[in-house]
Design a protein around this ligand. Structure first.
Ligand code: GDP
Ligand code: FE
Ligand code: FE
Length: 203
């Protein structure tokens, strides 16, 4: 289905899709906004394939990077005030924008559905437990049509067969990427990796 034809039913937010699109557009540079639209496109396709709500996936996708370009000090303030993991503030916008994006999804857009909020919250590092919507957003962010990194084709193939394997692929490759880049790894990223690898070994 074309995302532009998706009419929201009011189940998850009182906002229209068009209203959210124009609000999101104002928050970020054009290239990122275009990424967001491609994530939505990909998420809706995965929703159709795996039997999730296209509306919920569209909404989570449109809002997943809402806070990415927000002022870092403002994000830190929200994290500490709202009682989120205080460790987050040491890892910059890269790690903070998911949890802070979920905050805006709830406060500004009136979303209360925990699956959608968690999908936004967890989209960068994944989660020990992820719902179907959570996995879809996590994977769609990684494989959307504009991504060109080495390995993206393999990730796309996995996503066409098994969403868990695609999610695990992103978790594993992200850790390798971060080590190679010599950047600090947020403890939550390690927890997620450990839980997925233990589950995999237990199979
Ligand atoms: P984007 O917002 O669409 O660019 O994608 P993501 O939200 O998935 O990722 C944002 C960035 O955070 C990517 O460059 C990841 O490699 C990076 N990232 C993911 N986990 C960690 C981590 O534990 N530590 C650090 N420093 N960066 C991370
Ligand atoms: Fe992101
Ligand atoms: Fe993204």
């Amino acid at each position: 289905m074309k995302t532009s034809e998706l009419a929201y039913t009011g189940t998850y937010t009182a906002w229209s899709r068009e209203g959210i699109v124009s609000e999101v557009k104002q928050q970020m540079k054009t290239s990122r906004f275009e990424h967001v639209l491609r994530v939505e496109q990909c998420a809706v396709r995965l929703a159709e394939k795996y039997g999730a709500s296209a509306e919920a996936c569209s909404l989570a996708a449109l809002l997943h990077d809402y806070a990415k370009e927000h002022d870092v000090e403002e994000m830190k303030g929200i994290i500490l005030r709202e009682g989120m993991d205080p460790e987050l503030v040491h890892f910059g916008s890269e790690i903070m924008h998911g949890p802070v994006g979920a905050y805006y999804a709830e406060k500004k857009f009136g979303i209360t559905d925990e699956e959608i909020l968690n999908a936004i919250r967890q989209h960068t590092i994944g989660g020990i437990e992820m719902s179907l919507i959570g996995k879809i957003i996590f994977v769609a962010d990684y494989i959307e049509a504009g991504r060109t990194f080495k390995g993206v084709e393999e990730a796309r193939e996995l996503a066409g067969k098994n969403l868990d394997e695609a999610a695990y692929y992103k978790i594993e490759k992200t850790i390798i990427h971060l080590v190679k880049k010599e950047v600090p790894i947020y403890p939550g990223t390690i927890y997620v990796y450990n839980s997925w690898i233990q589950r995999k070994a237990g199979k």
